[in-house]
Design a protein around this ligand. Sequence first.
Ligand code: PBG
Length: 307
Amino acid sequence: MVQETHLSAANLIFPLFIIDGNNQRTEVASMPGIYRNSVDNLLREIESCLKLGLKSFDLFPNLEEAIKDKYATESYRDGSLYLNAISEVKRHFPEAIVITDVAMDPYSSDGHDGIVEDGHILNDETLEVLGKMALAHAQSGADIIAPSDMMDGRVGYIRQVLDDNGFTGVSIMSYTAKYASAFYGPFRDALNSAPKFGDKKTYQMNPANQREALIEADLDEAEGADFLMVKPALAYLDVIKLLKDNTDLPIAAYNVSGEYAMVKAAIQKGWLNEERAITEILTSIRRAGATAILTYHAKEVLENGWI
Ligand code: PBG
């Protein structure tokens, strides 16, 4: 009667990894239970999730090194693996909510989220690439565009491109406070997208900063974001709460790959109770103020009847 926080399928977003080919399914070594699927298997996976009441998906591509380049041109090429995956999912399951990731790293030969020149990230030049990518996603049927690149000004730029092309109904879930975190390691293994040199500290946030997230939130809100995201989630519950207290926009939180890997490793060792640990983590992220949680646990909590 007095419980304040509830978890339901409607709050969960399931990140899914895509690879080229037919009937391919490879497990991510550092993320037990999480697979990279070819598009045919991706459709099967989404169908089984929809049956469980899970209907929001965030898609990420794993690409061969050979098709990556300095300007991430594969990210908006007609007929690419990713654009094809978006349109196939929407064609088979129009009721599924498809969230797409906008950033250069899976397509960049430098492994960075922006264009690199002499070891520096070119913020404004990157916006053009992000705009082309976001438009291609919208044209393929994406419902929500999620820029994860952390370039300055990209939310406004993408909003303008979408509106100019008639996609006024496509939303933007901005990675507002995305920290330069150690907890993305397993994701970079999953996508083969680790930076080839340096780190992402010139564009992602310093883990020591909290109030800076308010500046990012003000900018994203003014530029037209429909959701503000905090990432990672667990080590940043204070930031989720801070944004929740300072905006009326819905807050999303990304329970990232490294957080998933830690829990799974402890469970494999028999050191944690799986159901209790996972539901406690997800409930805590909700309690901190997140409306939506992007989590690799999304399917298993429903499959096992934990929520
Ligand atoms: C990159 C991107 C990353 C994640 C989502 N989009 C990694 C990074 O910034 O290097 C991480 C997700 C996870 O760890 O689960 N644009």
